[in-house]
Write a protein that binds this ligand. Sequence first.
Ligand code: ADE
Length: 241
Amino acid sequence: MRVDVITIFPEYVEPLRAALLGRAIERGLVSLGVHDLRNWTHDVHRAVDDSPYGGGPGMVMKPQVWGDALDEVCAGDEPPRLVVPTPAGIPFTQEKAREYAALPRLVFACGRYEGIDQRVIDDAARRMVVDEVSIGDYVLVGGEVAVLAIVEAVARLLPGVLGNPRSAEEDSFSDGLLEGPSYTRPEVWRELAVPDVLRSGNHAAIDRWRRDRALERTLDRRPDLLAALPEGALDQRDQAL
Ligand code: ADE
């Protein structure tokens, strides 16, 4: 997969080259380009923003600079998916992560200040699919941290990136529920014991216990997820809980 990020703070997304993703890059599973938006400015001040039409606080990122940057970075035979992180976007979910993991090319446009002139998005959408996405109901200073989160969520789904592919298949959200608690040795720690069933060797009982804890936790922390499960996702035992 090819990932390009356009930002006025290239150093902010350098952590993408560390840890899990760094290894994926070294092994050729992901290739990453980070581009400084100011390379496409036209004036001595290298200005990327201007005051908003209609007034109000903050600044808006200039369309000419973004237009030239996207023309160059998005060039090629097949248009990439353009992802614009913004608190005003559609929610970025595990389902979106799976969708992105199946694409050959992603380009991220990191806005700062009050956002990017909307015509940049409208113009790009004439040539490619553009997703304005939010990573949660809070406001960050810019899109860079959202890109770190999105790229990590996508990269771990690529074949060969995780050591054990079952980790991606069985984690929270893969069945629409939050994952329950996990334990490792020792059996008793600070007088707290690992639940007996996990040491029983009875795999049917272990699966049932894990399912019950996942249901309890989801009901407690994210009842909205339970309500959104498709019809038939809960069996009779689930419903009794
Ligand atoms: N930029 C600022 N806040 C954001 C958020 N919550 N999600 C994605 N991009 C953002």
